[in-house]
Design a protein around this ligand. Structure first.
Ligand code: BGC
Length: 490
């Protein structure tokens, strides 16, 4: 009798027994270039910590590390009704949030699809569209009411230098946006002008990054939360530091050195100078063909906007070298950004050994007949891209924890990649375990847990508006003097 021991978990690679040698070689090369092993991850973390600190210094660095003027976590007792607007990468969402004062809330919301041309349209079109959505929301939820000035928490998730909680100068567009006349300007007056044009009785109380909102909202329901992350169309993180660790605030504000300050890291810009991330030739191509080359180096290897695109250009490259899709027309594959991260998810999730769901996808979406070995390569590639994204994300989380000396905490995470991409959460947790050496622990025992967040751009924005009002009532300064605007803007 042979003792077989416990059943092995099914291999994600599936069997490669019938894959011809030339394709196996290609798979092996892809594995080499897309794998970030534990040692490399640890080196990335150490470099990341230095870059986080550089970003906080007077000289600054690639990572913007923006003080947000959110200066406390909620205590759970916040109450009141607040409007919140979220301008994400794909949709616009308007919410009315009731904070119930016992770490609980109620939310009413409407979603509006951003018209496709808007990302590259004009600034006026953008602000007018947002104002119209707010108007439509008020008309459907408060018909025939005489509304007084309502205050709004505006989640505008792009790198903005903030000299006060209610303003923000857009440093640069990310996530494929390319609208003239906004970069280098404060977005708040432009938005309020559109509200005035349309007679919408609203003013912006707080301009918020989605990561800060996520951190605050998650801390409201789970006080162990110390960080907020978004892994969606873009990627980023926020955490709390204290004023004495933010040299770039020195001489600009008169605050107790121990005063907490939420930092919107804008870590998508990590390694813009390309010294540590293991970029492949495909990452270089994505960057060069993007509207903002040499920016968001980290984000372009991790975020949902780019995962499908990486997959597409690898496949095209292998096709052009004659390794896959022989005698097939790949015209449909030639369209930039024609594969999104959800397609990669579907590829990874095909439960059949012969990948018949992938076969159907390729026939219906691209008119390409695939062989089984080709599908195996296509799936392995999706796994490699997804795994790399999760592991690099974990390096960012680890860097913030190490910098802050946090050994145990919860991280609230949101975004389509975190919530929907298969295995993203487990792969990220595994990478954290490798970085911190949690070899004897099971995943449920890991001291740093990245877990699904509360709604940052709804509840988080409402809480930040409430916290801002509280600060005003307590007589604490909420904004900053105009003369520091120029100094803080980068
Ligand atoms: C933006 C960040 C944002 C992140 C997630 C990035 O492209 O620069 O501000 O937090 O995407 O939405």
């Amino acid at each position: 009798m042979v003792h077989l021991g416990p059943k092995k978990p099914p291999s994600r690679k599936g069997s490669m027994a019938d894959v011809p040698r030339d394709l196996l070689e290609q798979i092996s090369q892809l594995e080499t270039i897309f794998t970030v092993d534990a040692n490399k991850l640890k080196a990335i973390v150490e470099h990341f910590i230095k870059e986080l600190e550089k970003g906080l210094s007077k000289e600054g660095g690639s990572i913007p590390m923006i003080p947000t003027w959110v200066m406390s976590m909620p205590d759970g007792k916040e109450k009141g009704s607040y409007l919140a607007l979220d301008m994400g990468g794909t949709n616009l969402r308007v919410c009315e949030v009731q904070l119930l004062g016992n770490r609980d809330f109620d939310i009413t919301q409407s979603k509006y699809h951003m018209p496709p041309g808007m990302k590259t349209g004009t600034s006026e079109q953008l602000w007018d569209y947002i104002a119209e959505c707010l108007e439509a929301f008020l008309q459907s939820h408060h018909p025939d009411e005489a509304l007084h000035e309502l205050s709004l928490g505006f989640t505008f998730s792009y790198p903005c230098s903030q000299t006060a909680i209610d303003n923000g100068v857009l440093q640069r567009w990310t996530k494929g946006f390319d609208i003239d006349g906004v970069e280098g300007h404060d977005v708040q007056p432009m938005f309020e002008a559109a509200l005035k044009r349309k007679n919408v009785p609203i003013h912006v109380t707080a301009l918020i990054n989605d990561t800060t909102g996520t951190m605050v909202a998650s801390n409201y329901t789970d006080p162990e939360t110390q960080m907020g992350c978004i892994f969606g169309t873009g990627c980023n993180a926020a955490y709390f530091d204290v004023v004495k660790n933010i040299p770039k605030l020195e001489g600009l504000v008169d605050l107790d050195p121990e005063t907490p300050m939420a930092i919107n890291c804008e870590w998508g810009a990590f390694d813009n100078e390309h010294v540590i991330l293991p970029r492949t030739k495909y990452d270089v191509q994505i960057d060069e063909d993007s509207p903002r080359p040499n920016q968001q180096a980290f984000e372009k290897m991790i975020a949902g906007l780019y995962l499908g695109e990486i997959h597409r250009i690898v496949m095209l490259d292998l096709y052009e070298q004659g390794f896959i899709f022989e005698n097939q027309s790949v015209e449909a594959l030639k369209k930039p950004y024609s594969i999104d991260a959800s397609l990669l998810s579907q590829i990874e999730e095909d439960p059949f050994e012969n990948l018949t769901e992938v076969e159907d996808l390729f026939t219906t979406r691209f008119g390409i007949q695939t062989t089984e070995p080709e599908r195996k390569l296509v799936r392995r590639l999706a796994e490699l891209i997804g795994d790399r994204s999760a592991r690099l994300s974990a390096a960012g989380v680890a860097a913030i924890c190490k910098k802050k000396g946090i050994e145990k905490c919860h991280v609230g995470a949101d975004g389509s990649v975190f919530n929907k991409y298969p295995h993203f959460q487990e792969r990220g947790a595994q990478a954290l375990a490798e970085i911190f050496g949690w070899h004897d622990l099971t995943p449920t025992q890991y001291p740093i847990k990245v877990q699904p967040a509360e709604d940052g751009s709804g509840v988080g924005a409402a809480l930040i508006a409430a916290l801002t009002a509280k600060r005003v009532n307590e007589g604490l300064p909420v904004g900053m003097k105009p003369e520091i605007i120029a100094k803080l803007s980068k």
